[in-house]
Design a protein around this ligand. Structure first.
Ligand code: PLP
Ligand code: COI
Length: 339
């Protein structure tokens, strides 16, 4: 497969148009058969539900070129299921999981020249998105929706790639108990924009949110789950108000089954952070980004792994996960979908 003439290694995490997107419309109570399109714009009624009441949700996954030249995606079935869960909570018609996976395959196949080559440090980011396209004026779900999948080649989410980042504990909350923190609703990200601009202006890479009920437990950042290392134990957050990260769930398996670590998924009090040796953010975009420092109200926590490079355990997790994704290490059954 002839690849596009792109300087892959200089890509950051930003949008650039690729050849085609996938689109399907929901009208008269049913999804249509769907199609690939080279039209990357959407024209909607000014009264479309997405504009007024933010009825939208999305997903994020990646396509990789493996060491032996295959094009693969990682656990798209879990993104499909999570998008159905998001849609249900938002009173949107779920896009069937089998059709989601098929659409991902179609759109990646059609854009294969944009899947960055093995070893380039870049990947093809796949962004399924669903929104209310039908008009509504009273507060209620719309009657019409559009599901799309766009793709765009990306590099590291955080500038500096594998360099440890600093997090701020903001005065803002991300998700309320019994709210929408556990789904990938666009509205969760809208409310995080002001806090992220404040954090960036202060020199932080991201915000680490606390539980909004007590503000004593760690939750997650605006776009990733958080993981910690203590001795040979992999610790991660259990909470009903965080997004169930597919990367984090995969890492729990990798830590236990591939690296022989003990895995704990449990509430993590903020006061416990000083006990950990290493920390990292995990997600599709973040992959595993090491965290060196967390600041709350001017008080600083510095992890012993430091600000120069990934700690040794996080590095092992990173190498194993990306090794599985890029075909260097045998994957558990059902994790890799070949295009
Ligand atoms: N948490 C939030 C708020 C996210 O936006 C993401 C990104 O998808 C994640 C966690 C990581 O989830 P995943 O590993 O499924 O990409
Ligand atoms: C992802 O990791 O896929 C996300 O959607 C996170 C977002 C902050 C880019």
């Amino acid at each position: 497969m002839e690849k596009q003439n792109i300087d892959w290694s200089s890509l950051g995490f930003s949008y650039r148009e690729t050849g085609v997107s996938y689109v399907s419309d929901f009208k008269n109570g049913a999804w249509d058969e769907g199609r690939l399109t080279d039209n990357h714009t959407v024209t909607l009624s000014e009264c479309a539900g997405v504009f007024h009441y933010s009825q939208s949700c999305f997903e994020g996954l990646k396509a990789y070129t493996t060491e032996d030249g295959r094009t693969v995606t990682f656990r798209p079935d879990l993104n499909a299921q999570r998008m159905m869960d998001s849609a249900s909570r938002l009173e949107m018609p779920p896009f069937p999981a089998d059709r989601f996976v098929d659409a991902v395959k179609q759109v990646v196949k059609a854009n294969e020249s944009f899947v960055p080559p093995y070893g380039s440090g870049a990947t093809l980011y796949i962004r399924p998105v669903m929104f209310a396209s039908g008009p509504v004026i009273g507060v209620k779900p719309a009657d019409e929706y559009q599901f799309r999948i766009l793709t765009t080649p990306v590099g590291p989410y955080f500038k500096g790639g594998a360099k440890p980042i600093s997090l701020k504990v903001p005065e803002f909350d991300r998700a309320a108990p019994h709210g929408t923190g556990h789904i990938k609703a666009g509205l969760n990200y809208a409310m995080s924009l002001h806090p992220i601009v404040v954090a960036h202006n202060e020199g932080f890479a991201e915000n680490l949110y606390l539980d909004s009920r007590t503000r004593t437990y760690v939750e997650e950042t605006g776009g990733a789950n958080i993981i910690f290392i203590k001795d040979n134990t992999f610790v991660t957050v259990a909470s009903d108000t965080i997004l169930p990260s597919i990367t984090r769930r995969s890492l729990e398996y990798v830590a236990e089954k591939y690296l022989g670590m003990k895995v704990e998924e449990r509430p993590v009090p903020f006061t416990e952070l000083t006990d950990f040796e290493e920390a990292g953010l995990c997600g599709t975009a973040a992959v595993i980004s090491p965290v060196g420092r967390i600041v709350r109200d001017g008080q600083e926590i510095l992890f012993p792994s430091g600000m120069e490079k990934m700690g040794p355990k996080i590095q092992k997790l990173y190498d194993t996960l990306t090794g599985i994704q890029m075909g260097r290490i045998e994957a558990p059954e059902g994790w890799i979908y070949e295009i």
